[in-house]
Ligand binder design. Structure first.
Ligand code: SAH
Length: 270
C-alpha cells in the first residue's frame, strides 16, 4: 500500500474554526537543542501543554501571553490521565485552537506520542509531530560517549526499563547483541538491568555510565562498570531523569568529553 502525503509547514494552520495539535519534542533540556520548528510553533500557539521533562529553560521560551499547563506524569503522580489528556486535546482543537503538546526528547521515543497522535487521527483532528533530540542522543553526546564508533560498536539499542507490570525484555538477545545499550527510565531498575545482562552472559566489567540531567547545567556523568550499576545509583543518589548506557563506547568518554567543568566520577579509576 502506498501513502502520499503533503508536508505541512510550521505556519499557523487553521484558517477555519478547526484547530491543530502539534506534538512537539523539546529535546533533553538545553534550550539550544530545541529545533527551529519547535520554537516557531511555540511562538504561534494558543495553548501549551507541557511535561515534567520540559526543562525550566525551555519553559522560559514559552510566550508569556499564552496559557501553559503542566500535564506531565511523574512516577506515581499523574497530573492528568492519558485518556483525559487525549480528550482535552480533541476538545481544544475543535474549539479552533492551535495547541502545542510539548514533551521531553522526542515524542515518538518512549513518549506516548504515537498514542496521542492515534487518538487525534481517530477524532479527525489535524495533528503534526515535531521530532526532538531524544535523550539517548543528546545526553550521550554531552557526556562524550558516541552511540556508535568504528571498531567499537556497530549499533545501539534503546530500551525502556519501565514496564506496565513487569519488564518483558529479551535479556539474552540484549546481552549478546554486541553493541551499545541505552536504558531509559532505568534508575530504579539498575540492579535488575545489571543482574539480567550479567546472568545472560554480558561481562560484569562491561563499561557502564549513568547520565543524570543530561544536557542541563546540573548534568552528572557517573562512569563505572555494569556489575556496580546499582551501587553507583545508590552511592551517588542518582535522581530522575537519568539514562543508563552500557557498552565499550563508554570508555571513549575519557578522550572525547569537552566539558571539564562537569563532574566526572570514575569509580573504576578511583
Ligand atoms: N521522549 C523522551 C523519553 C521519555 S522517557 C526522549 O525521547 O528522550 C523518560 C526517560 O528519558 C527518563 O527516565 C530518562 O531515562 C530519559 N531522559 C529524558 N531526558 C533526560 C535527561 N535530560 N537526562 C537524562 N535522562 C533523560
Amino acid at each position: 500500500m502506498m501513502y502520499s502525503q503533503t508536508k505541512t509547514s510550521a505556519h499557523r494552520p487553521q484558517s477555519s474554526n478547526v484547530g491543530k495539535v502539534w506534538l512537539v519534542g523539546a529535546g533533553p533540556g538545553d534550550p539550544d537543542l530545541l529545533t527551529v520548528k519547535a520554537l516557531r510553533v511555540l511562538q504561534q500557539a494558543d495553548l501549551i501543554l507541557f511535561d515534567n521533562l520540559v526543562s525550566d529553560e525551555i519553559r522560559a521560551l514559552f510566550p508569556k501571553a499564552v496559557p501553559a499547563f503542566y500535564v506531565g506524569k511523574r512516577k506515581d503522580d499523574h497530573s492528568i490521565a492519558q485518556q483525559d489528556l487525549n480528550a482535552l486535546l480533541v476538545k481544544k482543537a475543535k474549539q479552533g485552537l492551535s495547541i502545542v503538546r510539548i514533551k521531553g526528547g522526542d515524542p515518538f521515543v518512549f513518549g506516548r506520542g504515537g498514542e496521542e497522535l492515534m487518538s487525534l487521527r481517530e477524532a479527525g483532528i489535524d495533528a503534526e509531530v515535531v521530532p526532538g533530540i531524544t535523550a539517548a542522543s543528546g545526553c550521550t553526546t554531552a557526556a562524550g560517549i558516541p552511540l556508535t564508533h568504528r571498531g567499537v560498536s556497530q549499533g545501539c539499542t534503546f530500551v525502556t526499563a519501565h514496564g506496565e507490570t513487569e519488564l518483558n525484555l529479551d535479556w539474552q538477545a540484549l546481552a549478546h547483541v554486541g553493541h551499545t545499550l541505552v536504558f531509559y527510565m532505568g534508575v530504579s531498575r539498575a540492579g535488575i538491568i545489571a543482574k539480567n545482562l550479567i546472568g545472560n552472559g554480558l561481562s560484569a566489567s562491561t563499561p557502564a555510565a549513568i547520565i543524570e540531567n543530561g544536557c542541563r547545567s546540573n548534568q552528572r556523568d557517573i562512569v563505572g562498570q555494569l556489575g556496580e550499576l546499582s551501587h553507583l545509583v545508590d552511592t551517588h543518589q542518582v535522581q530522575s531523569p537519568a539514562l543508563i548506557v552500557v557498552g565499550d563506547v563508554v570508555n571513549l568518554s575519557a578522550r572525547l568529553r569537552t566539558l571539564p567543568e562537569l563532574e566526572i566520577l570514575n569509580q573504576s579509576c578511583a
